[in-house]
Write a protein that binds this ligand. Structure first.
Ligand code: SF4
Length: 323
């Protein structure tokens, strides 16, 4: 039995490292969280040897060629429906390990951070264009591993011709593919959108259900997508953890976690209830435009004085920031 090496030996996260994970990982459920943590803690020397780039590359190449098409379909089908068993992102492990030496945020600091977010942007909005819960749901499903701007470009013309589940079913998969072919994984996404629209017509009278379980049972809809719909369409205080929030939670130390689900649980524990409705949007916008994956704009950050990241490049919030 090789000696057990603890993850705390990993160096702290560096500014050039991207703490985020793919949207597929964002949809991982609680069962994986426990498994991921176990894998992270029991990261043995033997496993380290097996996963070196040198050892791993030839095996990947060998498998990739003959099964390329199949693998793409399988991977995208898993976007939101099945938890993948994989090691947590290396940078997240490093950030969590670093978090052990970062001081935890106090309740006062968290209150101050969200008070500032609220003062700076009292009514934050998501950037996916939609007109109702159904168009939001479709936009969210299409946004997996794609940018909001790219999705909006496709959904503008699409929603002109199909903005209800019945109209989408009537449009059909082939025509839908034409509208969304600029978005990654469009083949599987087209299948999912048609299938979920069909289910909405058959089971819910063409309406989007206001229910987490029912949402997560729809094709292409995982926990993160359900959280977005519950929050934005139905006003539930849910916090969807995407790549930006995952990075922000770990980097700042406000909600460290090895998986998006762990970060979500932690945020739900620490964010005061009165801020939860908008927390998702404040955090995602902060991560997207200020605390970016590479070169975070610490000099423009309104929580720079509160952030625990050892490598931040500013210690004070800009002049004029609310107290
Ligand atoms: S100071 Fe702000 S921008 Fe810089 S790392 Fe911390 S949260 Fe991100």
């Amino acid at each position: 039995m090789p000696p057990i090496r603890h993850i705390s030996t990993i160096n702290p996260v560096r500014p050039s490292e991207r703490c985020g994970v793919s949207t597929a990982e964002n949809n991982v459920g609680s069962s994986l969280a426990a498994l991921s943590a176990a894998i992270a803690v029991l990261y043995t020397d033997k496993m380290a040897k097996r996963t070196t780039r040198r050892n791993r590359a030839p095996a990947r190449r060998k498998r990739a060629a003959p099964r390329k098409q199949k693998r793409v379909a399988k991977k995208s089908t898993r976007l939101a429906t099945t938890a993948r068993v994989r090691r947590p992102p290396k940078a997240a492990m490093a950030a969590v390990a670093a978090g052990k030496t970062m001081s935890a945020w106090t309740a006062d600091e968290i209150e101050t951070a969200f008070r500032r977010f609220a003062a700076a942007n009292p009514d934050p909005r998501g950037e996916l264009k939609h007109v109702d819960p159904y168009t939001l749901l479709v936009a969210v499903v299409l946004s997996a591993q794609a940018t909001d701007a790219g999705v909006n470009k496709a959904t503008g013309p699409l929603f002109q011709v199909a903005s209800t589940p019945a109209a989408m079913v009537a449009l059909g998969e082939e025509k839908l593919r034409d509208y969304i072919k600029t978005i990654g994984l469009f083949n599987t996404k087209a299948k999912n959108v048609i299938a979920l629209s069909q289910q909405l017509v058959e089971r819910y009278g063409g309406k989007v259900p206001h229910d987490r379980e029912a949402l997560e049972a729809l094709p292409g809809v995982g926990r993160k997508s359900a959280n977005v719909v519950l929050n934005t369409a139905f006003g539930e205080p849910t916090i969807a953890v995407d790549t930006h929030i995952f990075r922000l939670g770990n980097r700042t130390g406000i909600a460290p976690g090895l998986t998006p689900f762990e970060v979500e649980v932690k945020l739900n524990e620490v964010v005061p209830d009165r801020y939860k409705l908008h927390a998702h949007h404040w955090l995602i916008l902060h991560g997207r435009y200020i605390c970016k994956a590479t070169k975070p704009a610490c000099d423009r950050c309104i929580i720079a004085d509160l952030c625990k990241w050892p490598e931040k490049t500013a210690d004070a919030a800009p002049p004029g920031t609310a107290l």
